[in-house]
Design a protein around this ligand. Structure first.
Ligand SMILES: [Zn+2]
Length: 386
């Protein structure tokens, strides 16, 4: 016999799995717990061995089944005004508070509970539980899990549901994210003799201006307006850093930005626009002033958009069980893009409200906590049942 749902939730919230920390304590606990329930459990360690993904399966091993997927890591709590310890589950006024209650340990507890309650001989297809690390810092865990499954020639799941907080809405789309950095090299000098140096911060203005212009241009190319609140590729310059003193001509300036690409668009488009401007206009100008000056653009990370074509079986079943008429777009990034790309049709549907995620006093309502297990039991019955 396993734990009550809330007891299990309390255990999971108690693990401080902020992405920079190891998640092995939680993974080991789940390995033991799920093994005790009769699931075949495998841990898939990260390259440095500090973290692990967990894949647990109940039912036949020679066919793919339904994957219930979630991430074990949570975002940091530093600098946030919590009323109580974020890693101690607290129940109050019909809500459960704690880091990860919305994003997304409640789903993990619910998925385990749904599997726990299954009549054992009722599965024609298996149920897989896939719990990852590092989702909040670029989805490296899910990427690694897919790589290892392919390497070991594992049978891939037939379809998947990721239980990110959607309030049980069904999502099949979201934007991709590209993170890039521009490094400008100038020539330092005394501020009183500007002609003898090249100021590295001045080209930053033009880089940012160019990015604003590209975004304005993308804004005129809207698509999927019925699904997205901002139905175009957006750009955000998030960091700028240059110079050391007001009387020194700065020789260095760095700009970091991201852009979020619509599923219908090329994830390299914004990059190419900026690269074209740099190589055709900005760099030649700087070189003319001084051979040592330069501008470099490089991509730090590129995460593909998610697009599951409408009308798949998993979408239909999730809509039927939640009572929604149509699957729409998530306003945030998920591991769904990676699973879809790996050939596993995936939708996003889970308990809790994304507005609570990443905030102080993160919570899930008792109602959302209670709705999860019957929803997941229904899902398992429809996909894996006799
Ligand atoms: Zn999440």
């Amino acid at each position: 016999m396993g734990m009550e749902l809330i007891e299990l939730e309390r255990r999971l919230i108690g693990f401080d799995t902020v992405s920079r920390n190891s998640n092995l304590e939680m993974a080991d606990f789940l390995e033991g717990y799920l093994g005790g329930l009769g699931l075949r459990v495998e841990l898939y360690p990260s390259e440095d061995g500090r973290k692990a993904n967990l894949l647990a399966t109940l039912g036949p091993s020679d066919v793919g089944g339904l994957m219930l997927a979630g991430h074990m890591d949570v975002v940091p709590v530093e600098g946030q005004a919590w009323d109580a310890d974020p890693f101690t589950l607290r129940a109050e006024d019909g809500r459960y508070y704690g880091r990860g209650t919305a994003d997304m340990k409640s789903f993990i507890a619910q998925a385990i509970h749904a599997v726990e309650q299954l009549p054992r001989d009722s599965l024609k297809l298996p149920v897989h539980l896939a719990f990852t690390y590092d989702e909040e810092v670029g989805c490296g865990g899910a990427e690694r899990l897919m790589t290892l499954l392919r390497e070991r020639e594992h049978v891939l799941p037939k379809c998947a549901v990721i239980g990110e907080p959607t309030g049980f809405q069904v999502f099949r789309l979201h934007k991709g994210i590209t993170i890039a950095q521009v490094s400008i090299t100038g020539v330092e000098g005394h501020s009183g003799k500007p002609e003898l140096g090249v100021n590295a911060t001045y080209p930053a203005v033009r880089i940012i201006d160019k990015l604003i212009e590209v975004e304005a241009e993308r804004k005129r190319h809207r698509s999927m307006e019925e699904y997205f609140q901002f139905p175009y590729t957006t750009v955000n310059v998030g960091m700028i850093n240059g110079g050391t003193a007001v009387n020194i001509i700065p020789n260095r300036c760095e700009i970091a930005f991201e852009y979020r690409t619509m599923p219908t668009e090329d994830t390299m488009y914004v990059y190419r626009q900026l690269e074209g401007y740099i190589s055709e206009v900005l760099r030649p100008e700087l070189k003319q002033r001084d051979e040592r000056a330069d501008v470099e653009l490089r991509i730090l990370n590129r995460l593909m958009p998610m697009e599951l074509p409408a009308g798949s079986e998993i979408e239909r079943i999730a809509l039927e069980l939640t009572g929604h008429s149509e699957a729409t777009a998530a306003p945030y990034y998920t591991e769904g893009a990676i699973y879809n790309e790996a050939g596993i049709p995936t939708v996003i549907c889970g308990p809790g409200d994304i507005d609570q995620a990443h905030r102080p006093n993160e919570f899930i309502t008792r109602e959302q906590m209670e709705q999860g297990v019957p929803f997941l039991a229904g899902l398992i019955a429809k996909v894996c049942g006799p």
